[in-house]
Ligand binder design. Structure first.
Ligand code: NAP
Ligand code: F7E
Length: 340
């Protein structure tokens, strides 16, 4: 019988790539989707017709228990979150509820459906993956960051992720659950949300190249990130749940670039000079910035055999080309109309 996976956040960037990967691996894939008529579900379904949908919301404990009872998954991937860092200052409580408490509700759903009570000797058969984030490192205490680097989150999002991370570790230690966290650094793709800087830049470049815009407004150009390709990172999530022992892993490329370098690469991929178009806007700076993030992915390489396959330049070129094609064909990224 096919192994069954339940993915929260199925309508997001990573949900789509993970579903694609697991379907190729022969899994029966279920996605948790919220709302009565969520247009992002139709977008996902256009690309991935074989994904089955279970209704549920990370804010609603009962819905998660029902979803686990219905799907009877072998593996649960918790990717659902408020994931845009600036929004986490604007809606800090909602971020805590979805990105933080949502992890507790999902772990409780697995615990209850597996019949595990406090002090019980049974360990859950369901394996759990939590989407932790390099934003937990925040103001970094060392570079590069490893699984042992301390956390100093700089946003309500980073704080909520740290709660989910420690809770996942706690359920592993308290109940013997196979529950792990992947500490993933920034990963991008043509399916990235338009609010994140890589996609904002690739769309901005495409609009300027096609004569649809004359400038691109950005915030802090000096921030540095470790950017990789989302398709590579979902393979790591799956590998983590196949390991003999449940452990947490850092996933990233080990190479850091600034937003300025990102902008230079993207404009030059379209044959444009960025300095003629980019406008720096202090309104786009954050109340507390994460200046730099850089992964040391050695543990994942040695223990999981995981390696990234797409370089920074290849990623930027892929995103610019994809957005040039999308906009030339009349697609509207703001309406979430299409996904490559
Ligand atoms: P994304 O594109 O923003 O997707 C977020 C998903 O969460 C969407 O499917 C959204 O569904 C869902 N969601 C939001 N509120 C929900 C709720 N109340 N109940 C259930 N689902 C809800 O994020 P992503 O880039 O794919 O990232 C996936 C996960 O990895 C997130 O947890 C993110 O924080 C984490 N992460 C991402 C990165 C990265 O660089 N991409 C790095 C580290 C960690 P709707 O369509 O219903 O809104
Ligand atoms: O910002 C700077 C901004 O919003 C990257 C999420 O997936 O990765 C992501 O979080 C950097 C920041 O991603 C603009 O100040 C400059 O320093 O693309 P971003 P993020 O905040 O790093 C982590 C690992 C996650 O877990 C999150 O879920 O770019 N920046 N100018 C800008 N950023 C944006 N969005 N827009 C600008 O105009």
């Amino acid at each position: 019988m096919a192994r069954r996976a339940l993915i929260t956040g199925i309508t997001g960037q990573d949900g789509s790539y993970l579903a694609e990967h697991l379907l190729n691996e022969g899994y029966e894939v279920w996605g948790l989707a919220r709302g009565q008529a969520n247009p992002r579900v139709s977008r996902m379904r256009k690309l991935l017709a074989d994904v089955r949908i279970a209704r549920g919301d990370l804010l609603d404990q009962g819905s998660l228990i029902s979803a686990v009872e219905k799907v009877q998954p072998d593996e649960v991937y918790n990717l659902g979150a408020i994931s845009f860092v600036p929004m986490s200052w604007e809606q800090a409580e909602l971020t805590a509820e979805v990105t933080g408490m949502g992890v507790l509700r999902m772990l409780e759903a697995i615990r209850v459906c597996s019949g595990i009570s406090r002090g019980s000797a049974t360990s859950a058969q369901i394996r759990f993956y939590q989407a932790s984030s390099s934003e937990m490192f925040g103001q970094v205490s060392e570079t590069p960051q490893t699984e042992r680097t301390s956390f100093h989150p700089r946003s309500p999002y980073g704080v909520a992720k740290a709660y989910g991370h420690f809770l996942t570790q706690n359920y592993r230690e308290s109940y013997g659950m196979y529950a792990v966290s992947g500490i993933l650094f920034n990963h991008e793709s043509p399916r990235r949300g338009a609010e994140f800087v890589t996609r904002k830049v690739s769309l901005g470049v495409a609009r300027i190249k096609l004569g649809m815009a004359t400038e691109l407004r950005l915030g802090n150009l000096e921030a540095r990130r470790d950017w990789g390709f989302a398709g590579d990172y979902v393979r790591a999530m799956h590998l983590m749940l196949q390991a003999a022992t449940p452990e947490d892993y850092v996933i990233g490329t080990g190479r850091m670039k600034s937003v300025r370098e990102l902008v230079e690469a993207a404009f030059s991929a379209a044959g444009l000079d960025w300095e003629q178009y980019v406008v720096c806007d202090s309104a786009l700076h954050r109340p507390a910035e994460v200046d730099l993030l850089c992964a040391d992915p050695k543990k994942a390489r040695v223990q999981l055999g995981w390696e990234p396959t797409v370089s920074f330049d290849e990623l930027v070129a892929m995103m610019v080309e994809s957005d040039l094609r999308l906009l030339s064909e009349g697609g509207d990224p703001d309406q979430d109309s299409s996904w490559p």
